[in-house]
Design a protein around this ligand. Structure first.
Ligand SMILES: [Zn+2]
Length: 199
């Protein structure tokens, strides 16, 4: 699927533009752009940045709709420990961790591999963990129209760990619940099922 292809088709104009900005940054911080190890760095950094933000060009709704199947199963479906790598929009430094997602089908199930892809579509943008949680929640809720959906994300933020307060081991947990998961029993069942993994 085109949405998920590793972004090999870098737009040349944009890559060149970003590359030249990285050259300026490397220069401004006092490095020597002509040093052996740095010669190709602006281009590599530009491609890395474009890869890490490719979510802007991807459509999570399309990904889900491409793999929805009629099915009468109506118990909780949980996908635990989905790796999350994103960039905080305040410092453009990584935050990363795990997402735990559950939904209760309402006539349709979705191919299980699509849920981690939806996570990637929203994670590969400039984000805050709170909005990332909500983007995933709303997308699943509006597209699958399930009886309920739950999203929990636990993540470590490099902007906290490497700078600022330098809290090396702090983990931020965010969560969102819709439908059946707004009921305390259902929510507790979900939290119990993922809790062995919560920090
Ligand atoms: Zn930050």
């Amino acid at each position: 699927m085109t949405q998920y292809r590793n972004l090999e088709e870098y737009n040349l104009e944009i890559t060149d533009e970003v590359k030249s900005r990285y050259s300026s940054i490397i220069n401004e911080i006092g490095e020597d752009l002509n040093r052996d190890g740095l010669i190709k760095t602006p281009e590599r950094a530009a491609k890395a940045m474009l890869f890490l933000t490719q979510g802007y060009k991807q459509d999570a709704v399309e990904i889900l709709k491409g793999a929805m199947f009629k099915e009468s199963y109506d118990e909780m479906v949980i996908i635990k420990d989905i790796e999350v790598y994103s960039l905080c929009e305040h410092h453009m430094l990584p935050f990363f961790g795990k997402a735990h997602i559950a939904y209760i089908p309402n006539g349709h199930i979705v191919g299980l591999s699509k849920i981690p892809r939806v996570v990637d579509v929203f994670a590969r943008r400039l984000q805050v963990q709170e909005r990332l949680t909500n983007d995933i929640l709303e997308c699943l809720n509006n597209t699958l129209k399930p009886q309920g959906v739950a999203v929990v994300i636990e993540a470590s933020h490099m902007c906290m760990m490497m700078r600022g307060v330098q809290k090396q081991n702090s983990v931020t947990t965010t969560s969102g619940f819709r439908g059946q998961f707004e009921k305390i029993e259902t929510r507790n069942e979900f939290l119990k099922l993922i809790s062995s993994k919560l920090s």
